[in-house]
Design a protein around this ligand. Structure first.
Ligand SMILES: [Fe+2]
Ligand SMILES: [Fe+2]
Length: 354
């Protein structure tokens, strides 16, 4: 069945979501969730629908139905969908569905993401390994394309692709705060305090990005562009949510944040230049300019005080710190490659089924 058919199906059954379903599983979930939990029995066919979706997916990472389903299920924890009852959050059948999808998602990442030789469990060695893998992450550069060649239309696509995570920037990594102790916890809070504006709501990075979107002429309402982005863009947020919401993956969410911060400062300078090249002002570029300076600091805290300290204090987490960092680079690399491939082929990076 084509995705187009589900577009119409879901608009009929569920206007509670800002996006359409992409297959049988996401359609089923969105239909169930649009109801009130107290009037809806636990769906007996959900587990079978999860199994069928996983069996139908060639790649979990790239599968639209699976990634949208995960996005919907994580949205229950973030409160992403205003019309959906919060009572669904801990519904056992939904948690079971999420765990089953996560098992497959994690297994695929563990089998496809290349992980380097593990460092000794010292702060210095962990930070050095992270510096090596982030420095080696020199794939085809989306940021260079944005700086030198992107058209205004492509810059709009870029903001739409980014909005799925960035309008909720920092939230997935914050799940780790109560799961950490000691110096790693202090380091994460130091980074996140900055991400959340240091007490000034207008300085929250997600809010600065919302201003960028509005100034560019886009809608900054959360979820507005989910229909436009491919599964791999959803996967780059879902991987953070999976790492953040599972305490057993604490090392992975810390490694993810470290890699994210360590590969942010230079690309953000290029993104800012791309927007300036086409005449956009600081109302649009402020978000990117902010990250040139902020992430040059965050990357040091993340590599040494957060990931390094955690590896030293809890040596059994070193393997997952490195895995989380490698997974961040891999998934964000795939998402970036999708955009760059489309643009260099002269097509849109947005979904065409709409
Ligand atoms: Fe930020
Ligand atoms: Fe940052």
């Amino acid at each position: 069945m084509s995705a187009t058919q589900y577009v119409s199906l879901s608009t009929e059954s569920s206007s509670a979501f800002p996006m359409a379903a992409r297959g049988p599983l996401s359609h089923k979930l969105m239909t169930v969730l649009a109801d009130r939990p107290e009037t809806t029995p636990v769906d007996p066919g959900l587990s079978e629908a999860v199994g069928a979706a996983l069996a139908a997916a060639d790649s979990v990472v790239y599968d639209d139905d699976v990634q949208l389903s995960l996005f919907v299920l994580y949205g229950l924890h973030y409160g992403s969908f205003a019309g959906i009852s919060p009572e669904w959050e801990w519904q056992p059948a939904l948690i079971g569905a999420r765990l089953e999808l996560e098992r497959a998602f994690e297994a695929e990442l563990r089998s496809t993401v290349a992980v380097p030789a593990l460092p000794e469990p010292t702060g210095k060695a962990v930070a050095k390994t992270l510096a090596e893998i982030t420095a080696a992450d020199a794939g085809p550069s989306l940021s260079r394309f944005v700086a030198k060649k992107a058209t205004a239309e492509q810059l709009g696509e870029f903001l739409m692709q980014r909005s799925v995570y960035t309008l909720r920037e920092a939230d997935p990594h914050s799940w780790a705060i109560p799961r950490l102790t000691g110096r790693a916890k202090a380091a994460l809070v130091e980074i996140q305090a900055d991400e959340y504006g240091g007490g000034r709501p207008a300085r929250m990075h997600a809010e600065i990005f919302a201003t960028t979107m509005r100034s560019f002429g886009l809608d900054a309402e959360y979820g507005r562009y989910v229909d436009d982005v491919p599964a791999i863009t959803l996967a780059s947020l879902n991987v953070m949510s999976m790492f953040g919401l599972n305490r057993r993956l604490l090392g992975a969410i810390v490694g993810h944040l470290a890699a994210f911060e360590m590969t942010s400062s230079i690309p953000n300078g290029m993104y800012a230049n791309g927007f300036r090249r086409l005449g956009y002002g600081t109302d649009v570029t402020a978000y990117f300019d902010e990250h040139v300076a902020a992430d040059a600091v965050h990357e040091q805290i993340a590599a040494h005080d957060l990931a390094g300290a955690l590896g030293e204090d809890q040596p059994h987490l070193v393997a997952d710190i490195v895995f989380g960092a490698a997974a961040c680079l891999a998934v964000d690399g795939w998402a970036g490659a999708h955009i760059l491939d489309a643009w260099t082929a002269g097509t849109s990076s947005l979904r065409s089924e709409r």
